[in-house]
Design a protein around this ligand. Structure first.
Ligand code: T1G
Length: 655
């Protein structure tokens, strides 16, 4: 069977009378201009070649087609465009089958929907995640999917950008069949009968009738999650069109909407986040450094953070040795970890057998000598310098010389802890965010003496945990808490100047934060920052502006939600404005002789964004953060910054 080449990325082989066309455009077979051109040439050849009775489309490697080539967005369109290719496939005189050998996403699924048959390997995944990039499908997905699975199901998949396994896709009616191990052969068999009695052209199918209730329910649920983003609403509008508008008119409206969104700020922000996520964790010069093998993880302290880290490590397949100070403490720690696994079972993320298998890999002991077996030890003990330093000095005498020591400290200086130990080069910071088994974000702190292979090992560990690792240098609060402190300070300045907590929180929620700053502050507890302010009091710059309002709340025992009072009052879990807080704010203003003034929502947001952006610029100039995208990812994944705004650095114009 001779190989035919239609472009750099598209080739084919003739299997008897079937032309098997393969897209080979690493790493994800994106539908670049070369792929689109190559497919068009393949169709030209099949059209005129009498020896060809049908076509199979498939991908090289483990991906069918990962979507349109996002890197082409923002550049002048190159023909053939994807809609032109998709229309030609659907209208082709000879049968075409999609042999979906891996992920078929976005434009990849749209190409498959235009084919006359669709088979997939059982481990394939399919979906239209365009809304996660701030856009809608732009090559017929909003019109062809409802014709196969109905409007409500299409709304649910497209407006949520959900990616589903092949089995579910077959049950919904997107795929004709699954093929385990003989995908091309099975596709050839299927396509031989596709023309009888006539080719099924998806775009000509009627949209199955269904009640408006089911459609409205899917739409309402999707809009609830959209949190102010445009793309999901536009996707719903377009999918609804399929049942009421001609294919040609609806495709034109889909394309118009796609182009408008693609060229808008929301899509630019989400593309920035997409590429920032893939750049994160890449450190100059570390590519050639081999990480040390880690299979056994020791965790000292199995409290809230330690048990979360233990559960994350168990989920990633590590053997885990938890250590507590007493046997009772060890028993409690084990119960806490088992409890987290139970929650995973309840949520369906883990089954009962998996839970047992995880627990078989867990030891929790009061004997620190057990840590001699660990390849990596993470401390998650009380965030006190003396406690952590003494612990690391003790561990120097217990763990292997090639074992790595990681501190989970939030605010202490890991360089100071490392300097007090025998081997500072093996110390790294792993700042987990609570709950550590759920939150993706992990700040990987590259201390002054951290050895390159230790940093590489920490990154490999983070990736195997499924975390989003952001490498940072040493500064108080690393990236996230330092920026949080900066905009919390700015918010408190505005309180003193005349704003109220509920006004600032409402402004942040209108911008897209799930929760305002003061509500978050109440959830975290006011006492942590209070303790730090008291620690810093002696060295604070007397000329620097200092707002006493938070201190006044703490002095009155208002430590936040857990004590029922903080910036707000809480009863039965409901938050309400507390006149006592307003009075304390007014008293603090009077003490400073401040005449309060009003603030608009825009001004509040602008001042907070500027505070975040300025602190981010400082982190970059101090080389604590390597790139603006890293800062954006920390604030989006750790502090609720709306992804569709791109993060504080993107919002401030630092792209
Ligand atoms: N275009 C260009 N580059 C892409 C890409 C894409 N669609 N997808 C991934 N890459 C790059 C990525 O930046 C990284 O680059 C490398 O490939 C590996 O990615 C008309 C308009 C496919 C599940 O949204 O979900 O179709 O860092 O690390 O973990 O309606 O990539 O190596 O230089 O993520 O194996 C819709 C996005 C597009 C899918 C593979 N499609 N991609 O995951 O690899 S819009 C998507 C993914 C569209 C149509 C519309 C994942 C993946 P580098 P990776 P992975």
């Amino acid at each position: 069977m001779s190989a035919l080449r239609f472009s750099d990325t598209v080739s084919a082989k003739l299997a008897d009378d079937i032309l098997v066309v393969t897209i080979d455009n690493p790493p994800v077979n994106a539908l670049s201009a070369d792929v689109r051109a190559g497919l068009m040439v393949a169709l030209d050849r099949a059209e005129v070649d009498k020896a060809v009775t049908a076509i199979i489309l498939t991908g090289a490697g483990s991906t069918f087609i990962g979507g349109a080539d996002i890197r082409e967005f923002g550049k002048p369109p190159v023909e053939p465009t994807l809609p032109q290719l998709v229309a030609r496939i659907e209208d082709f005189a000879k049968p075409i089958a999609a042999a979906i050998n891996g992920v078929a996403l976005g434009g990849g699924l749209e190409v498959a929907l235009a084919c006359h048959r669709r088979l997939a390997s059982p481990d394939a995944k399919i979906g239209m995640p365009e809304v996660k990039l701030g856009i809608v499908p732009g090559a017929g997905g909003t019109q062809r999917l409802p014709r196969l699975i109905g409007t409500a199901a299409a709304v649910e998949l497209i407006a949520n950008g959900r990616v589903i396994p092949a089995g579910e896709a077959q049950r919904l009616g997107i795929l004709d069949d699954l093929s385990d191990g003989a995908l091309i052969e099975d596709s050839i068999t299927a396509i031989r009968h596709a023309a009888m009695p006539s080719l099924r052209r998806t775009g000509t199918l009627p949209v199955p009738p269904e009640t408006s209730e089911s459609i409205d329910k899917a739409a309402t649920e999707a809009m609830r999650k959209a949190r102010g983003q445009r793309a999901p609403a536009e996707a719903i509008r377009l999918v609804r069109l399929a049942a009421t508008t001609s294919l040609a008119d609806a495709l034109a409206e889909e394309r118009r909407t796609f182009v408008e969104l693609r060229d808008g700020e929301e899509a630019a922000a989400l593309r920035h986040v997409f590429f920032a996520e893939r750049a994160a964790g890449k450190v100059e010069g570390l590519e050639k450094v081999s990480p040390r093998g880690i299979e056994t993880v020791g965790i000292v302290g199995t409290g809230l953070m330690g048990s979360g880290i233990a559960a994350a490590a168990l989920n990633a397949g590590y053997r885990v040795i938890g250590v507590e100070q007493t046997p009772e403490g060890a028993d409690k720690g084990r119960e806490r970890i088992a409890g987290l696994l139970d929650k995973s079972v309840q949520s369906g993320r883990l089954d009962a057998a998996g839970r047992e298998e995880h627990l078989a890999r867990l030891t929790v002991s009061a004997d620190a000598e057990e840590l001699a077996q660990a390849d990596l030890v993470v401390e998650a003990v009380f965030d006190d310098l003396a406690v952590k330093t003494a612990l690391f000095q003790r561990l120097d005498g217990i763990i292997r010389a090639d074992a790595i020591l990681a501190t989970n400290t939030s605010y202490l200086d890991p360089n100071v802890i490392a300097a007090a130990t025998a081997h500072p080069e093996r110390i790294v910071g792993l700042h987990f965010f609570s709950p550590a088994n759920i939150m993706r974000l992990l700040e990987v702190v590259n201390c002054k003496r951290t050895a390159p292979d230790v940093l590489a090992s920490a990154l490999a560990f983070a990736k195997r945990l499924g975390k989003l690792p952001i490498v940072c240098g040493v500064t108080e609060g690393f990236i996230g808490n330092r920026i949080f402190s900066a905009y919390r300070r700015e918010a408190e300045f505005m309180l003193e100047d005349g704003a109220l907590p509920q006004e600032i929180d409402a402004a942040l929620e209108a911008y897209g934060f799930p929760m305002g700053l003061f509500a978050v502050y109440d959830m975290a507890g006011l006492e942590i920052a209070w303790a730090r302010r008291k620690r810093q009091a002696a060295t604070r710059d007397p000329a620097a502006r200092y707002v006493v309002i938070a201190d006044r709340l703490c002095e009155a025992g208002r430590f936040g939600q857990k004590v029922g009072r903080g910036w707000y009052a809480y009863s039965q879990g409901r938050r309400s404005v507390d006149p006592e807080v307003t009075a304390k704010i007014e008293a603090a203003r009077k003490e400073k002789g401040v005449t309060p003034r009003g603030f608009t929502t825009d001004e509040i947001v602008a001042r907070l964004l500027r505070a975040m952006g300025d602190e981010g610029k400082a982190l970059l100039s101090e080389h604590v953060a390597a790139r603006p995208g890293d800062i954006d990812l920390v604030m989006i994944n750790g502090y609720g910054f709306p992804a569709h705004k791109g993060g504080p650095m993107f919002a401030a114009g630092h792209r």
